[in-house]
Design a protein around this ligand. Structure first.
Ligand code: ZN
Length: 113
């Protein structure tokens, strides 16, 4: 008996997203997630751009300094998997399998698990 994965790259994890926010992904899997962040880049302001965004941008349209790492299981490969998600909404940006490979701080120093 095979079980379906509870996650998908480009979708919110967990289903519905994080933090009790009513996230919407009207374009379907792999598209922008609403509400978007207010970045409001104002080139005439003295506020630096970095205060309005983050080091990484995710395909959901949000910014973050590091992805959120969550442990899951991939039933198609029968291996553990690390889901690298948007910190805000939970959009699964990419995966690393097995999960332990995500703990390699030499190869992936930007991951905070
Ligand atoms: Zn997001």
């Amino acid at each position: 008996m095979t079980q379906a994965n509870r996650w998908q790259v480009g979708a919110l994890y967990p289903s519905g997203g994080r933090g009790g926010v009513a996230w919407k992904q009207p374009g379907g899997v792999g598209t922008l997630v609403y509400p978007q962040q207010v970045t409001g880049v104002d080139y005439f302001s003295t506020k630096p751009f970095s205060e309005l965004s983050g080091m990484m941008s995710s395909p959901c349209g949000h910014y973050m300094n590091a992805p959120l790492v969550q442990r899951e299981y991939d039933y198609t490969t029968n291996q553990s998997v690390a889901l690298l998600c948007c910190q805000l909404c939970g959009y699964v940006v990419w995966t690393i399998s097995p999960f332990e490979a995500a703990l390699n701080t030499v190869q992936l120093p930007y991951l905070v698990v």
